[in-house]
Design a protein around this ligand. Structure first.
Ligand SMILES: [Zn+2]
Length: 322
């Protein structure tokens, strides 16, 4: 029998529990939003019950699986399996989530940051196959990342290594990050920044072809809307996409100088902007790195679509711990 893996992705609005095969394909999935209003104990119980349910309906015993992998946004102390803080789960401060879920199961439970989980999923099942080292950067509402070195996640002392979203790319920026600093890559180039960037362009006197009504809620300006703008040849949307691409390219250059990886994979919703965006990222990167590149570096997009979070979480059970 092929190996079956179990992953849990705990997000801000949805929680997914899935079984995947050893090619990273989803075999069964439970999708719920019921965790949102639960306290710590309630969430743990719900997650454990859903895992047991998905095992039961697939005729699986715990011992058929190598473990249960969980991914969750936020700062996670990996060695202890503790959520230090999570913007998705209010109140989960210094909460030992791994131990709490582990109390329901005999097989090992692993907890890591969701971007680390996605990075490992990409390494095992996606664009990272065949590489020993790679960087994964996910660009959506926020920016997260994971570092694979010698076939394993590099986590740093706490487990928070690879927080490239908080790399400062514009110290004088007017944009303040969720962390409180100014000019983090995340503040300048993720989904959260788009409404502000749009407004700024309009204030500079630029005209958008999107013709948004005056009562349009600014916070609803998102990647999808700008993609529509790109398709309409809207100059404002295009400028914003190029600005975001520039900052991501700058970020990749800094990552290149720090780690010299052979592969950087970009994932997350904003990569749907396509070639126009990716070309700006790459041209910025190559202009900065110029003749300092001595071996090929591949910059590519994720091969794992919508379920990257839960697939990555399941993949964590394949990483050798210790
Ligand atoms: Zn920051």
């Amino acid at each position: 029998m092929n190996k079956i893996l179990c992953g849990v992705d705990i997000g801000g609005t949805k929680c997914s529990i899935a079984l995947i095969d050893d090619n990273g394909k989803i075999l069964d999935k439970i999708h719920t939003g019921a965790h949102v209003d639960k306290n710590e104990k309630g969430l743990v119980k719900m997650v454990a019950e859903n895992i047991k349910e998905i095992f039961k309906r697939n005729d699986l015993q715990e011992s058929d699986l190598p473990g249960i992998g969980m991914g969750c946004a936020g700062h996670i102390r990996f060695r202890d399996g503790v959520i230090i803080t999570s913007s998705n789960l209010k109140g989960f401060k210094n909460y030992p989530l791994r131990e709490a879920v582990q109390s329901y199961f005999k097989i090992p439970v692993i907890l890591d940051n969701d971007a680390n989980a996605q990075a490992f999923g990409e390494y095992k099942f996606g664009a990272g196959q065949g590489f020993d080292d790679m960087i994964f950067l996910t660009i959506s509402t926020g920016i997260g990342a994971g570092i694979i070195i010698n076939k394993k996640l590099y986590r740093g002392i706490t487990g928070t290594a690879g927080e490239f979203g908080h790399m400062i790319v514009e110290p004088d920026s007017e944009l303040t990050c969720t962390c409180g600093n100014r000019g983090c890559l995340m503040a300048c180039a993720c989904g959260m920044a788009l409404p502000w960037l749009f407004e700024k362009k309009l204030k500079e006197g630029k005209k958008s072809k999107l013709n948004l009504p005056p009562d349009f809620i600014r916070s609803e300006i998102n990647g999808q809307l700008l993609k529509k703008g790109l398709e309409m040849d809207d100059p404002v949307s295009k400028e914003i996409i190029l600005d975001c691409g520039y900052y991501v390219g700058l970020g990749l250059y800094n990552i290149f100088q720090a780690l010299n990886p052979p592969l950087i994979v970009l994932g997350g919703g904003l990569t749907n902007w396509g070639e126009f965006y990716l070309n700006k990222i790459k041209s910025t990167f190559y202009n900065l790195a110029r003749d300092m590149i001595f071996d090929p570096i591949e910059i590519t997009v994720s091969k794992i679509s919508g379920d990257a979070g839960v697939i990555g979480a399941a993949a964590l059970t394949l990483e050798e711990q210790g």
